[in-house]
Design a binder for this molecule. Structure first.
Ligand code: AMP
Length: 292
């Protein structure tokens, strides 16, 4: 495994692999890696000859500077983990490599409303930053396949839209959510939770599963208000939203049975940490972006 910090060196190495007909899978991350990230690496290693993982805490996607400052940075530990998980190249660039002064990397894509609901409502500018960094990294790495987690449902939906919009040759592959044994979705931010809150936080997945079990029994507004109330009643939780949406448009739907692709997404504050999670309520059989 090689760790590379400059764009030039990375591109030379990747070009040498691609010139030899090797396929490249790429998983962008912000580090503080856990088994959720490793699922992306494993999916990439299974489907490509070469796996590249980037570790870059992207300043342009943080709408609160305190969140950016508090974001965990554990590069040495991350490198050890990646080495044991079939990763060939770690790209750990400095901010000036990703955003050189003489390069305009801002994007002006209209995401057709995908970026305005849910996370978009509570984290203004977040998705503009995410799209900017993923586009820049994909331009650098030129992967055959791009690996992202279902954990960030709105994020991968927006990136899929962007790849289509720019007619990219890179294919998006989405990896299912990896959870702790109690059901809490793994996240780098979980390290900031106390042990007792990590236990309490399993309630989020329980509520998501309840909603899935009852998706055809109640209309979406009733399910959302039940979920919000149950989360608000949980000790130490401050739910921000619980939304049942169409999986293609991310707009709210009234009844799950009216959408062939439907998802429930939520964000909950606990001990000053913002936890997000989701569950797919319905998925069309022929959707090929999801890794099995
Ligand atoms: P992050 O480092 O938080 O930006 O995440 C990097 C990638 O890992 C994103 O595509 C996330 O969706 C994915 N990811 C994070 N946590 C999980 C998880 N628990 N299960 C699956 N994928 C995840």
């Amino acid at each position: 495994m090689k760790t590379i910090t400059t764009v030039l060196e990375l591109q030379n190495l990747i070009r040498s692999y691609m010139d030899n007909g090797r396929t490249v899978g790429f998983a962008p991350t912000m580090g503080a890696l856990h088994n959720g990230h490793m699922a992306l690496m494993n999916a990439s290693a299974a489907e490509n000859d070469i796996t590249v993982c980037s570790i870059f805490v992207n300043p342009t996607q943080f709408n609160e500077s305190s969140d950016l400052e508090k974001y965990p940075r554990t590069l040495d530990k991350d490198q050890k983990l990646l080495k044991n998980n079939k990763v060939d190249i770690v790209f750990a660039p400095h901010t000036t490599e990703v955003y050189p002064e003489d390069l305009d990397t801002t994007l002006s894509i209209d995401f057709n409303g995908l970026d305005s609901e849910m996370e978009g409502e509570f984290r203004p500018g977040h998705f503009a930053g995410v799209a900017q960094v993923v586009k820049r990294l994909v331009d650098i790495v030129t992967p055959d396949n791009l690996y992202m987690g279902q954990k960030d449902f709105q994020q991968f939906s927006i990136i899929q839209y962007m790849l289509n919009h720019i007619d990219s040759k890179t294919k998006l592959r989405v990896v299912p959510i990896i959870r702790e044994s109690n059901g809490l979705a793994m996240s780098s931010r979980n390290m900031r939770l106390s042990a007792s809150m990590k236990e309490t936080a399993k309630e989020i997945y329980k509520v998501l599963k309840y909603v899935k079990r009852n998706k055809y029994r109640e209309n979406a507004r009733n399910l959302e208000s039940y979920a919000m109330q149950r989360l608000a009643k949980t000790d130490g939780f401050k739910p921000e939203y619980f939304t049942i949406a169409d999986g293609y448009t991310l707009q709210k739907i009234d009844r799950v049975k009216d959408s062939e692709y439907a998802v429930a997404c939520t964000a909950v504050w606990a001990e000053g940490v913002r936890l997000i999670d989701n569950i797919i309520l319905r998925k069309p059989r022929k959707m090929d972006i999801f890794v099995k």
